[in-house]
Design a protein. Structure first.
Length: 158
């Protein structure tokens, strides 16, 4: 999953300061500066160490994007939450679109089932007949699109 600033996110990853710096191409000094200045929320304590998470990666990407657009100081701090929300919404929409998009196999299965139902035949028998038709068309060098156009015009040629 991509976050703001082109940073790649793995689901629910925990980072040390050094790992976060490496993952986001940001110096540890800069990360500490952002935490101290309130741009980045503090890391969660885990025993004697501090652990950062994906929300920190997202925030650093948002900060990078806003700084590249010329925002600084209070203006930057005011815009970070909105940029994070924008990226999260865009990422969620992209994930939903990927999940909803049917595969080619799903589309073919749905078409075969719809055709079999309208012809009142077995989907298995129709699938075998379609496979034979498509194989012959391919051997003849006719694309499925061309065949569909010619089948649509077949009744008008006779």
């Amino acid at each position: 999953m991509l976050a703001a600033g082109g940073i790649l996110l793995a689901p629910m990853t925990r980072y040390s300061l050094k790992e976060l710096a490496k993952a986001t191409d940001t110096s540890a000094y800069t990360i500490r500066h952002y935490v101290k200045g309130g741009l980045l929320h503090p890391a969660v304590r885990a025993g004697q160490s501090r652990r950062f998470d994906d929300s920190h990666v997202l925030a650093l990407g948002a900060i990078r994007t806003l700084r590249a657009a010329g925002h600084r100081g209070r203006d930057l701090a005011a815009k970070v939450p909105a940029e994070i929300a924008r990226v999260q919404a865009a990422t969620s929409a992209a994930v939903v679109e990927i999940v909803r998009r049917p595969t080619a196999r799903d589309a073919v299965d749905a078409a075969v089932c719809a055709a079999a139902e309208s012809l009142d035949v077995s989907p298995r028998g129709l699938r075998a007949a379609l496979e034979a038709v498509l194989r012959r068309l391919d051997e003849a060098g006719v694309s499925a699109g061309e065949a569909a156009q010619l089948v649509g015009r077949a009744g008008t040629d006779a």
